[in-house]
Write a protein that binds this ligand. Structure first.
Ligand code: DNO
Length: 354
């Protein structure tokens, strides 16, 4: 596996010079987060991003995310033009040397927490999903909460323009059920996967986080039966998964090492997000350090599964705690994610030499 670190561009409080010093690092996972979703990414902006990263001694091989416009998820007539723009972006990314594009197919909301700075007993804080808080929360209240807690930094998937039209967006999903979402995902894939095959890009669909429906919105990238069905929608090696241990792992019924073996052995995992969470019986969970004994997931077993299937693709740590007084984008500080990488490196070296 190759080690990467998510970096939010020049506005990221973490400089590339710091990222470069993480042991074993190969590259950063980045995006043009300011380009409105649905527009083709400008060639010069992509090349500028790549040059800056390479000048820091790092690679840009993975993009997270090229977001999918809601009209595509809704199956609205305007989707064809939006998909054409998506294809242009994919071609331009391939020209810049990008190999993997991460995206998701979650209606309206991307990942979802009720608290971005939940205090932990060791004095750190972490992202928290409190099932009891969710029960009383409206979508608008949730958006306000996330905005209030994000320290003025745009949270990925919570970009203000995406959520500006929240009410009408929620309305437009009335009558869009899981079946419709499957059909709209198929339509999207049938259009973009041939382009990916041509230019050598691998699409890596991120699971829904958390992996269950929210506010009556359908969510389909949730568990094995659906993942099987999704991968069968278009049978191409260019159509695969971002296997995110923490997203799928929020549901205790999802056996992460088994999923890694199942899809990894078929060459359908193109990107690995490896992190830990601590689950509670009522469905609540929070992020922890990456260490197996701190959370509900066994990171050794997860990495062993990747090792056993011969996974050679990119991996990144994810959603660290905020430690050592660091302030920054919740979930995306430097210190705990760097510790996560050191731990993943250690496990991997032991597996390699084992
Ligand atoms: C949150 C991330 C997600 C992820 C997207 C992929 O921190 O894991 O926003 O990047 O769902 O498209």
């Amino acid at each position: 596996m190759t080690i990467h670190f998510r970096w939010f561009g020049e506005s990221d409080p973490i400089p590339l010079t710091h990222v470069r010093q993480i042991p074993g690092i190969r590259g950063v996972v980045a995006a043009l987060g300011d380009i409105p979703v649905g527009q083709a990414w400008p060639q010069d902006r992509i090349q500028h991003l790549r040059r800056g990263i390479e000048a820091a001694g790092l690679k840009l091989e993975v993009i997270e995310s090229v977001n999918v416009h809601e009209d595509i998820k809704l199956g609205n007539p305007s989707r064809d033009g939006l998909i054409e723009n998506y294809k242009i972006t994919l071609r331009r990314l391939a020209e810049a040397g990008v190999q993997v594009v991460c995206y998701n197919f979650m209606p309206v909301f991307d990942w979802f927490r009720t608290d971005l700075a939940h205090p932990l007993p060791d004095g750190s804080n972490a992202l928290y999903y409190d099932a009891s808080v969710m029960a009383d929360l409206t979508p608008a209240a949730l958006v306000r909460k996330v905005a209030d807690q994000s320290r003025g930094l745009a949270m990925p998937g919570w970009e203000p323009e995406r959520l500006a039209a929240l009410d009408s967006l929620m309305q437009s999903y009335q009558g869009v059920d899981a079946e419709a979402l499957f059909a709209n995902l198929r339509y999207f894939l049938e259009a973009v996967i041939p382009v990916c095959e041509q230019v050598g890009i691998k699409m890596a669909l991120h699971p829904d986080d958390p992996p269950w429906p929210l506010f009556g919105l359908p969510r389909i990238v949730t568990h094995q039966a659906n993942l099987d069905r999704i991968l069968d929608l278009v049978d191409s090696p260019a159509h695969g998964l971002t296997l995110c241990s923490g997203s799928l792992g929020a549901n205790p019924a999802n056996d992460i090492p088994a999923l890694v073996r199942r899809y990894g052995s078929r060459g359908r995992i193109h990107f690995a997000h490896v992190r830990n969470i601590l689950r509670f019986p009522d469905g609540s969970f929070h992020e922890t350090s990456h260490l197996s004994s701190d959370g509900s997931l066994d990171l050794y077993e997860i990495l062993k599964a990747y090792h056993d299937v011969g996974y050679r693709g990119p991996v990144r740590p994810d959603h660290g705690r905020m430690i050592w007084g660091e302030t920054g984008r919740p979930g995306y500080g430097l210190y705990d994610r760097a510790l996560g990488i050191a731990y993943l490196n250690g496990l991997w070296e032991a597996l390699e030499k084992g």
